[in-house]
Write a protein that binds this ligand. Structure first.
Ligand code: HEC
Length: 454
């Protein structure tokens, strides 16, 4: 799922650049390979205290070509990621002419690699900043519709049918989500791309001669039809569904890949995707902080939903152990949810006058949280962690704000305070540590660090 999110980065001049680390002049060698995260050609220099054997072994993990003593000869790179945290330093050039990849690679370098990203001229040179000016991550929207002619009345006031539009919304049980809902929000929260079903699909399957099995499959599909997932997992998309689709002929479960089944069985938890508690979602519930072992599919009967997919995993000869310690498939969603901040550097933090300073980028969300709070990620339930002391939002149509322009507890005109919803903003306690999280957009962190209130 990681690469599919809509990352919209615009690179603008005129911001404060923090300083690049100084790298050792001792070149041990270099490695040319295909970047496992960027999916682009990369070249890595081994500098400082690498031994030749270590550098060679590192190069081999990416199935790269190692050359001793000389450095990379860059041309046409998006930028270079400088890694100087240990004495064995490195410098990774990432090659592409697709400048829409600038932002992703910077985030990859700085937030997942712990490096310093030096953009090449085509990515905005040294004067870049992280800002999302267009099409920011949309928030879910509560909608109500009238029943169609002949359709039973809904459970809300005046017989209306009400639900959340967006990635984890579900309508009333037995109804179809795409009846009267727009898929626009779900599509903008999680991009669609066609992906083929598993190779098992289309092969004969004697289980489908058993009426009990078929009835359960029908129930599972009807539950999926009530949720936004059908926007990309049905004939609503030309491919008939990314990997699996509820409208495809033949077996439903055979369309899944093993990891998808494990997510559906709750063997791999999908907490990081976010979700509503059943009470706010027409009784449909998925894996969340309270019930991590529920399915990735929302259900009015979570245990029954899980059982269907567990049986498929068992049928394929798989067990929980096959998925333990392996990536869960949710990429930055999980990485960002588990992210723990370190101490702020330089002037980042809140000054005695309350002025908030952050790194290179303009913010749509500014959070001050208790030091122990979870890192904020996606709506509806992971974007306002317990322990949020203050959160400032730029509206979807608004202009992101720069570092040093916002004062703690003060809401600039045109912006809104998401937390606290009611009551006064608590003054920061002098000497106490807090977590500053400043985001260019949902899942696009600029600064996440711990500061001590002056
Ligand atoms: C905007 C489109 C979109 C929506 C909406 C969407 N998905 Fe997907 N989903 C995809 C794409 C594309 C893939 C395949 C490639 C990937 O994993 O990135 C996928 C893959 C999956 C897989 C892995 C399947 C496998 O076996 O490999 C699961 C499970 C899944 N989605 C569950 C859901 C659930 C549950 C929902 C609703 C809460 C949902 N999806 C909504 C686009 C979407």
């Amino acid at each position: 799922m990681s690469r599919s999110f809509l990352w919209c980065f615009v690179w603008l001049a005129g911001c404060t650049a923090s300083k690049a680390p100084e790298l050792s002049a001792r070149v041990v060698g270099h490695c040319e390979y295909l970047g496992p995260n960027s999916e682009l050609p990369e070249c890595k220099d081994y500098l400082g205290e690498w031994t030749k054997a270590q550098a060679e072994a590192d190069c081999a993990t990416n199935a790269g070509a190692f050359t001793e003593t000389t450095a990379c000869s860059p041309a046409g790179e998006l930028g270079v990621c400088l890694l100087a945290k240990s004495a064995a330093q490195s410098r990774i050039f990432i090659f592409s002419s697709d400048t829409s990849q600038c932002g992703l690679n910077r985030t990859g370098c700085e937030f997942f690699g712990g490096g310093f990203w030096e953009p090449a001229a085509q990515c905005g040179g040294a004067a870049d900043e992280l800002v999302v000016l267009e099409n920011p991550f949309p928030m879910p929207r509560r909608v109500c519709r009238d029943p169609k002619p002949g359709e039973a009345p809904g459970q809300s006031a005046n017989g209306q049918i009400c639900f959340w539009e967006g990635m984890h919304g579900a309508t009333e049980e037995g109804r179809e989500y795409i009846d009267g809902a727009s898929c626009d929000l779900a599509m903008r929260q999680r991009a669609y791309a066609p992906a083929p079903p598993n190779g098992r699909w289309g092969q004969p399957d004697s289980r489908r001669e058993n009426p009990t099995y078929l009835a359960e499959e029908t129930w599972v599909k009807s539950q999926v039809r009530s949720q936004s997932c059908t926007c990309c997992h049905s004939n609503a998309v030309p491919s008939g569904g990314a990997v699996f689709g509820v409208d495809r002929e033949g077996s439903f479960s055979n369309q899944f890949n093993d990891l998808g089944l494990a997510q559906a069985a709750g063997w791999v938890n999908s907490v990081a995707l976010g979700g509503w508690p059943g009470a706010l979602n027409n009784g449909f519930q998925k894996s969340d902080l309270e019930h991590p072992d529920h399915s990735i599919f929302m259900s009015t009967q979570p245990e029954r939903m899980k059982r269907f997919f567990e049986e498929e995993l068992t049928y394929r000869g798989l067990s929980r152990a096959d998925f333990e310690g392996k990536p869960d498939g949710f990429g930055p969603l999980t990485e960002q949810l588990n992210f723990r901040p370190a101490a702020c550097e330089g002037s980042e933090g809140v000054s005695a006058e309350g002025l908030i300073t952050w790194g290179r980028g303009r913010a749509r969300y500014v959070y001050v949280l208790e030091a122990s709070a979870r890192s904020p990620t996606v709506p509806p339930n992971l974007d306002l962690p317990e322990g949020t002391v203050w959160r400032l939002d730029v509206p979807e149509s608004g202009t992101p704000v720069g570092s040093g322009t916002v004062r703690y507890g003060v809401v600039p005109e045109g912006l809104s305070q998401r937390s606290p919803e009611l009551g006064a903003v608590m003054p920061l306690v002098s000497g106490r540590q807090y977590y500053l999280a400043v985001m260019a957009d949902v899942l696009v962190p600029i600064t996440r660090c711990l500061f001590t209130a002056p």
